[in-house]
Design a protein around this ligand. Structure first.
Ligand code: HEM
Length: 178
């Protein structure tokens, strides 16, 4: 039985870098757990957000991953990833690492989507060519340039999940979107 959720290792070389630091720390909580294949599994969030104008679907996952090191100077938080699909392209946004309640969500990476495969009423999507956005370079202290390659990802959702919220497509504002 396929579990609904997002399997994504973020960036292996970054995880290895944290593991090598004398005071490196990594934690996974609130709906995400490490997998046997060096990945992280974020569970599906049953509270589906409205689909943004012009997008085909949004898939919400939950979980809070935090990396620390260098005596508190390094703090990277990847929390509650949402995937916004537009045709065969998609972007993944996360809570703002420093102001999760106030600041808008941050577009972390973009990627290409293959045709989904189905198992019963579950659709499984593969995301490849996962690259860092310019606006998220600061999350990693500007060590990576925009376009830096991140790990490929896989996510499983209910067929038709989060689709059909056409009320938002007109861009008519914050009401009437769901
Ligand atoms: C005292 C401050 C810091 C020092 C001395 C330091 C040092 C280093 C060194 C030596 C490397 C190369 C590691 C290797 O190739 O094995 C590295 C890589 C890196 N650092 Fe730091 N760093 C510092 C702070 C930070 C902070 C604050 C962040 C992020 C918030 C950060 C993010 C990274 C990243 C993303 C890499 C690349 C990892 C990879 O993919 O290979 N560093 N750093």
């Amino acid at each position: 039985m396929i579990e609904l959720g997002l399997d994504w290792g973020i960036k292996l070389s970054f995880v290895q870098y944290i593991a090598k630091l004398p005071d490196g720390q990594a934690s996974a909580s609130s709906g995400v757990r490490p997998t046997e294949t060096n990945g992280l599994f974020f569970e599906a969030d049953p509270d589906t957000p409205p689909t943004p104008a012009g997008a085909d679907a949004v898939y919400a996952f939950r979980g809070d991953v935090r990396f620390g090191g260098h005596f508190g100077m390094l703090y990277v938080r990847i929390a509650d990833p949402w995937i916004v699909r537009r045709g065969n392209q998609a972007e993944l946004t996360v809570l703002d690492p420093h102001e999760p309640k106030k600041a808008p969500r941050k577009r972390l990476v973009t990627f290409a989507l293959s045709q989904p495969r189905s198992e019963g009423d579950i659709q499984i999507w593969d995301g490849t060519d996962v690259i860092l956005t310019a606006e998220a370079c600061s999350v990693f202290n500007d060590v990576y340039a925009a376009g830096e390659r991140f790990e490929s990802l896989v996510f499983a959702v209910h067929r038709g999940a989060a689709e059909g919220f056409g009320g938002c497509a007109s861009g008519s504002g914050s009401t009437g979107c769901v």
